[in-house]
Design a protein around this ligand. Structure first.
Ligand SMILES: [Cu+2]
Length: 391
């Protein structure tokens, strides 16, 4: 099966219009319905989460996604549709405890801090048409409500190095949080191993009502260049100008820049090693310039044993915003904080396309001294989870 956006192999396609390496393991159940190629896959995690220290918490929740796509030849091109749904809203508007995570809101009044917001029920409802201008080049348009604009690396649950990790990255709002955007139109050009594309989209993040479709607007812009120099590597640089992204700081616009490289190397028989390195910068207008860094890696042996790690560092100025009675200067300081998670999952095949996995991870943190009165001197967090995967 060929790609959604061009004549290359489908394994290159990531979330939205993003690319991953051509060596990415293929996931999905295929069938043919009349002239349509249909593909779907699903992943559901049941997670017990215990975040350590005084700002930690405990919760049991379900997360994941179900994704379906259909495409067919139309003239000299390909017409496609894609839908992605998430069970996340059932965990409640305040999401799950995740130390150092910030972004979005549960009640429209206070920001979520040390918690990860749930994804919206509809993560993607999108269509694309690509027209082949030669054997190795194409032009395309993509539209989504919601959809993903041309910014950043593929969203974490769509890259091999991150999809087995049941927690969101703390760099999510630096790199890939725009993957659910209510209103996106993207146009692009693919020439051989290069893709350039530009989007207009709604800058505002999804609100706390996670079951609805929000009003689209096209008030923000982004552009991205992607390059797959060899089968094992996919790289991108991108820029975005977001109009009023945050509901609770609506007077602030934001520019974002990101660069990332994914390296996916199959080895031996049925083993694969995938690594993502990414940098993102948020430039608030007016406000601070904040960097986020991510290094994420997973080794999957025999499609059954997975070991993963994720290391991140962000400049965060929201961690103490809502702490009552502290020095206002401290409350609005910017802290460089870091997190490392290490874990694994063991999958048991139940049927040809169905696996049941059991896994766990542990997280440690690097915090500046001013934060230890709030987080404790050495918080440690754990997750234990099971997973059903249809692919
Ligand atoms: Cu997300």
């Amino acid at each position: 099966m060929k790609g959604f956006l061009g004549t290359y192999a489908m394994t290159r396609e990531g979330s939205g219009t993003s690319w991953v390496p051509d060596t990415t393991p293929h996931e999905g159940i295929h069938s043919k319905v009349a002239d349509w190629d249909v593909m779907w896959h699903a992943l559901i995690n049941g997670v017990y989460d215990r975040q350590g220290g005084p700002r930690g918490g405990e919760k049991t929740f379900a997360s994941g996604m179900v994704m379906g796509m259909a495409q067919r030849q139309v003239g000299d091109g390909t017409l496609g549709f894609r839908a992605m749904l998430s069970p996340d809203p059932f965990m409640g508007a305040s999401g799950y405890p995740l130390l150092l995570a910030t972004g979005e809101t549960a009640n429209g009044v206070t920001p979520l801090v040390d918690r990860q917001h749930p994804h919206d029920l509809f993560m993607e409802l999108a269509t694309a048409y690509s027209y082949n201008i030669s054997a190795r080049s194409s032009v395309f348009v993509y539209a989504g409500l919601p959809g993903e604009p041309a910014f950043g690396p593929p969203a974490f649950m769509h890259r091999t190095s991150g999809l087995d990790i049941p927690e969101a990255p703390i760099t999510h709002h630096w790199l890939d949080s725009t993957h659910i955007t209510f209103g996106v139109v993207t146009a692009g050009l693919v020439v051989d191993n290069w893709k350039i594309e530009a989007s207009t989209f709604r800058g505002r993040e999804p609100d706390q009502h996670r079951f609805d479709i929000e009003t689209p607007r096209l008030d923000s812009f982004s552009a991205r260049a992607s390059w797959n120099p060899i089968r094992e590597i996919s790289a991108q640089v991108s820029w975005a100008r977001l109009r009023s992204p945050e509901q609770l700081e609506s007077e602030i616009d934001e520019d974002r820049i990101s660069a990332s490289v994914i390296y996916t190397q199959p080895f031996g028989v049925n083993n694969v090693w995938s690594t993502t390195a990414a940098w993102g910068r948020k430039i608030q207008r007016p406000g601070d310039t904040l960097d986020g860094l991510l290094l994420e890696s997973a080794v999957i042996f025999q499609k059954q044993y997975t070991v993963f790690m994720r290391a991140e560092r962000v400049d965060s100025h929201e961690l103490l915003h809502n702490v009552a009675g502290i020095d206002p200067e401290l409350a609005h300081s910017n802290f460089a904080v870091s997190k490392v998670s290490l874990g694994g999952i063991y999958d048991i095949p139940l049927a040809q396309h169905l696996k049941f996995g059991v896994g766990a991870l542990v997280s440690k943190y690097g915090l500046p001294g001013e934060l230890t009165p709030f987080y404790g001197s050495d918080p440690t967090s754990y997750m234990a989870f099971f997973r059903l995967k249809v692919s």
